[in-house]
Write a protein that binds this ligand. Structure first.
Ligand SMILES: [Zn+2]
Length: 400
């Protein structure tokens, strides 16, 4: 199975400069993609595709051709995802519009050479017909297994994310039960299986951490708005802001890893062979803040995204590879209306509070209600009463 290992590296000053330059060129490729896409659409009324992009930018950049192609593919993917989200009614989502200054560069299989002693040569393209020497970096802990891709990422410093095949086969799994997950803000994971088992993993800790951070972030932002851009104090505050974000991001990753690990363990002991999850595409689901205070809607997008987005996307990614390792299938389905609809009488209603209560007498814990409807949608293509009798409810916390 493919895994990723993020690690530091050593190199000389000149090559370090070149590495920084690589991520600047990748950003340029991205920005050009955006421009070409726009022009193409204005001229032809159609969306640009990969081969057209490649044709327009051939031999423009001093990067390995596969590295260039990788940026272009990621751009097209981002645009496709935005389109999908908009189709689903998330009209707030914009197509890639931001001007990037740095963007992670990737070297694919022909773009690098790895030596067993830890030396990695990252290839560049020809420059005016002259071959540029590869960038040489040294990594202390090269993962064992076939390396598929190397990505140059920024995480407080430049680091390498090495994707490799660890040679392990997924576990054999003959389980027959199906479980549906509803991801929510308070209960990170609420899951109902068709054998009557329920698992709830709370994410209160994550939420309180986020709140704390939001408060700190808002304070810093307020101070920042009062100083002159580019001043010494401004720079200092900017650094503090970045640090706050990074710290909670680390804590968040930890909690999400633990949650997903616990979920998979539960799924294995409860004979789950398939997991269904509402397809949220990493899109911000909670737009309550907007409704309560419409004026706040125009708070900068960046802040909005960083503050209120509950990390569905990251949790989904962790679940995907951990479940795959356990031989459990993961299916995403369209989850629209699953939180609002009553499975008994099909009336729709907005939920408030922790319990879903319908006029017809149906009552269910809000998150379990969502999981129930996702399961019904998966099994029958429609929301209806499954008649599952809940036999055992397990509550877990991601920590402790
Ligand atoms: Zn009802």
């Amino acid at each position: 199975m493919i895994r990723t290992h993020k690690t530091t590296f050593r190199t000389n000053k000149k090559d370090l400069e070149r590495l920084f330059a690589c991520n600047r060129i990748s950003a340029q490729v991205w920005n050009d993609c955006r421009e070409h896409a726009k022009n193409h659409h204005q001229q032809t009324g159609r969306w640009i595709n990969l081969s057209k992009l490649q044709q327009l930018t051939r031999k423009t950049y001093h990067l390995h051709s596969q590295s260039v192609q990788s940026v272009q593919e990621r751009y097209l993917k981002a645009r496709r995802n935005a389109w999908k989200a908009r189709q689903k009614g998330f009209i707030d989502i914009r197509y890639p519009y931001k001007e990037k200054k740095h963007y992670p560069t990737r070297w694919k299989k022909d773009g690098f050479v790895v030596h067993p002693d830890g030396l990695i040569k990252l290839k560049m393209c020809l420059n005016n017909g002259k071959r540029q020497p590869p960038i040489r970096v040294r990594v202390a802990d090269i993962p064992k297994g076939q390396i598929k891709e190397i990505e140059l990422v920024w995480d407080r410093r430049l680091m390498l994310a090495i994707s490799y095949e660890d040679g392990r086969k997924p576990q054999e799994n003959n389980n027959q039960c199906v479980a549906a997950i509803d991801m929510g803000e308070i209960h990170g994971i609420a899951c109902l299986a068709d054998n009557g088992r329920v698992l709830v993993i709370t994410s209160r800790k994550l939420r309180s951490q986020k709140r704390l951070r939001n408060k700190k972030y808002a304070e810093l932002q307020k101070k920042l708005s009062r100083c002159q851009k580019g001043s010494r104090r401004w720079k200092k505050l900017r650094r503090a802001l970045a640090k706050t974000l990074q710290k909670t991001e680390g804590q968040q990753r930890d909690i999400l890893h633990k949650s997903s690990y616990r979920f998979v363990k539960w799924a294995k002991t409860n004979q789950i062979g398939q997991v269904v999850v509402g397809d949220v595409d990493g899109v911000q689901r909670n737009t309550k803040a907007h409704k309560k205070n419409p004026k706040k809607k125009h708070r900068s997008r960046k802040v909005n995204q960083k503050l209120s987005q509950w990390p569905f996307g990251i949790l989904l990614r962790y679940l995907t590879y951990k479940l795959a390792a356990a031989g459990i299938d993961l299916t995403e389905i369209d989850e629209s209306y699953t939180t609002q609809t009553c499975p008994v009488c099909n009336r729709k209603k907005k939920v408030s509070g922790r319990t879903y209560r319908c006029y017809c007498g149906y009552v269910e814990h809000r998150d379990i209600h969502g999981a129930k409807n996702i399961l019904a949608k998966h099994k029958y293509g429609a929301i209806k009463d499954l008649g599952i009798k809940i036999t055992k409810v397990t509550y877990l916390r991601p920590t402790g």
